[in-house]
Ligand binder design. Structure first.
Ligand code: 6R9
Length: 660
């Protein structure tokens, strides 16, 4: 575990406008401190109060937190609820029935709206359809669908019948899909014929067919296909069903199945430091509670807001801040099928203007690429659009550099909108460190302070608290309701990865480094401490990419490192040793392309190395360990000034220096 000792201090401070503060759910630092004090006084009581006030329970809980089998914590264990009821049914009687729940905009700009009542009825039909396929409470269902009302409804329909969904992002390959199907032991795959992004049709159903043909997926009984484009697909009789045919004959009422608070709502696979992705398992009640509270506290959601989170439902951000949080609090939200650059880099701003978006939540990588595009082409500059409907901005997925923060603040937020730089992870379920827009003074590049109830801290390798100004490991000391419950099928890995014995075995280790400002105590995230890369806000394990590369018959050995990238945050640089002699010139170019395509097939296009360098060997210690820290320096095209005395083969460095 490494840590950063110092970090440049940012001095600019920004405050939210007075009218924002006055109307905010948490208004002023006193209100923030009061909530923190309540949590400090009676931690379990604090969470229990919020769980009683926010969740509709079909059976109230009497137990709050159960720590008897730490770190397998349980919250509100004897309570029962249905998450879909909490997202949909509650709005039928609270005045929201005819309110628009989802404004869907397709890749080519077609707009479809669904009210809460319409969404409720569709989800009921969908859930009845799943029941007709004998899908039951506790079954796992894979969702491999595009951004769509149907995709959101698929997740809600699973929640309604108590089936545990596992959404796989449409950018993952057949092999990745197959691995997830097998690990989850899923009974069905919900997919679509095609996915449309940036004017291109991507064949999702064909990828599902390929995954199932790879073998090992014997648990799958059904494939349900949403018809998005009507393009050609292969249909397997007895296994495949059209979604529209499945739902059309179903009743518009489907009794929600009550589940225990700890019932797994979903499994979401994410990258870790070994080759195999981890199936992060979340609960029902604790997860839903935090999705709702952070919508209220961090996004300050109000009845008239038009809220837009640009994340795909294939990632945790799309789970908490598209499918569950916004619906549970009765928001009107945009669901967007396309990409920020199509038909041009003004797409986001055009949509903000058109739909009068008031809360906008996106990733730094998108902001950085839109800055570049706006500089290159004034016709897509945000200044050309009316963005006056915006009142709050959010950022997620990776550190936002102060320059990008300032651009976002000035050009998108008109120096009027606070920015919530939300730090969190697949494992935390929802935001854990973030400014509260009606309270916290903002500092560009800092996610500021832990949310009420979140006991975040910076510690050393032995778990001892570090003073402000000293970099170390980011941890969360007490269990909180929306935290990861387990790694599906791998409780040992769960304990080892997140609750290491060095930290006492009950403290949650985030996997990021952090440092707190000496005066303000504000947190700045200094990056991952493990071998996990963050490319455009997507988590990729270096080990995962390495094992994909060595699975190619021509590859003898591979090492993957991250390289800082102006737009994507980090990019993937692979050092490869072939079983044949080291290629050069055009031969190397050709092979690099082949290997890139290979990785796209093995994992998905998001894992393609940007750069591949070939060597006769890799830099290794005498004991045979690859010296990745040297590869990181080489990838940056910097000179090696570090100690290389333990290096077995120093000559190799010269060879790996040159990019192809
Ligand atoms: C929500 C999400 C988690 C990793 C996390 C960290 C990085 C996310 C951040 C941030 C700095 C922020 N990260 N938000 N780093 N500032 N505001 O992205 O989940 O895909 O699991 O990634 O992303 O490194 O550990 P996930």
């Amino acid at each position: 575990m490494s840590s950063i000792e110092s970090f440049k201090q940012e001095e600019r401070v920004f405050n939210s406008p007075a009218d924002f503060v006055n109307n905010a759910a948490i208004s002023g630092m006193e209100a923030y401190r009061a909530l923190c004090a309540e949590a400090a006084d009676d931690y379990e009581g604090f969470w229990a109060r919020l769980a009683q006030q926010n969740i509709h329970w079909t059976k109230p809980f009497t137990k709050k937190l159960d720590e008897s089998n730490a770190p397998f914590y349980k919250w509100f264990e004897d309570g029962e609820l249905n998450v879909s009821w909490n997202c949909l049914d509650r709005h039928l009687t609270n005045g929201n029935a005819d309110k628009v729940a989802i404004i869907f905009e397709s890749d080519d700009g077609k707009v479809t709206r669904a009210t809460y009542k319409e969404l409720y009825e569709y989800v009921c039909k969908f859930a009845n359809g799943l029941k007709s396929l004998d899908i039951k409470k506790g079954d796992r269902v894979i969702i491999y669908m595009p951004m769509s009302i149907e995709g959101v409804a698929a997740m809600q329909a699973c929640a309604r019948i108590g089936a545990t969904h596992s959404v796989v992002f449409g950018g993952f390959s057949a092999k990745s899909l197959q691995e997830r199907i097998i690990d989850a032991g899923a009974v069905a795959v919900l997919t679509s014929d095609y996915q449309v992004r940036g004017g291109k049709n991507l064949p999702l159903k064909a990828i599902v067919d390929e995954a199932l043909a790879m073998g090992g997926c014997d648990t799958i009984r059904n494939v349900v296909v949403y018809r998005r484009t009507g393009g050609d697909i292969n249909f397997v009789k007895g296994r495949d069903t059209w979604l529209h045919e499945l739902v059309e004959k179903q009743a518009t009422v489907c009794e929600p199945v009550a589940v225990g608070a700890e019932h797994p709502l979903f499994i979401l696979y994410t990258s870790g430091s070994t080759g195999k992705p981890k199936g992060v398992q979340h609960s029902s009640a604790g997860y839903l509670l935090w999705a709702m509270l952070t919508m209220k506290w961090v996004f300050d959601i109000k009845p008239n807001d038009v809220y837009w989170c640009t994340a795909d439902i294939g990632w945790i951000t799309g789970h908490t801040y598209v499918t569950y949080g916004p619906l549970a609090v009765g928001a009107t939200q945009i669901v967007f099928e396309g990409v920020p650059m199509f038909p041009n880099a003004g797409r986001f701003w055009d949509m903000v203007q058109k739909h009068k978006v008031s809360i906008f939540y996106t990733a730094p990588t998108a902001i950085r690429s839109l800055i570049k595009a706006a500089e290159a082409d004034p016709s897509v500059h945000p200044g050309k659009y009316d963005l006056s409907s915006l009142r709050l901005l959010g950022s997620v997925g990776e550190p936002i550099n102060p320059e990008a923060w300032m651009w976002y603040y000035k050009n998108i937020g008109g120096e009027r909108c606070p920015i919530a730089d939300t730090f969190w992870q697949t494992e935390t379920g929802g935001h854990v460190i973030s400014p509260l827009p009606g309270a916290t003074p903002m500092v560009p590049g800092s996610c500021t302070l832990p949310l009420p109830g979140i006991t975040a801290a910076v510690v050393d390798d032995g778990g001892h608290d570090l003073p402000n100004g000293k970099g170390g490991l980011l941890v969360i000391k007490r269990p909180w309701p929306s935290m990861i419950r387990n790694i599906w099928n791998d409780p040992e890995r769960f304990q080892k990865s997140y609750f290491p014995p060095e930290l006492g075995g009950t403290t949650y280790l985030a996997g990021d480094g952090a440092i707190r400002n000496e005066e303000t105590g504000y947190f700045t995230i200094t990056g991952r401490i493990d071998d996990v890369l963050n490319i455009s806000g997507h988590r990729m394990g270096t080990a995962e990419i390495e094992s994909a590369l060595v699975a190619n018959p021509i590859v003898a050995e591979a090492a993957v490192v991250g390289k800082p990238d102006e737009t994507t945050g980090e990019s993937i640089c692979a050092f490869v040793v072939l079983k044949r002699s080291r290629p050069e010139g055009d031969d190397a170019k050709q092979l690099a392309k082949e290997l890139r395509d290979w990785v796209a097939k093995e994992i998905g296009p998001i894992a393609k190395p940007k750069e591949i360098r070939f060597g006769d060997n890799l830099p290794k210690t005498r004991s045979g360990k690859i010296m990745r820290r040297l590869l990181r320096v080489l990838a940056k095209d910097e000179d090696i000034t570090q100690d290389i005395s333990t290096l077995e083969n120093p000559a190799i460095l010269e060879q790996l220096k040159q990019a192809q």
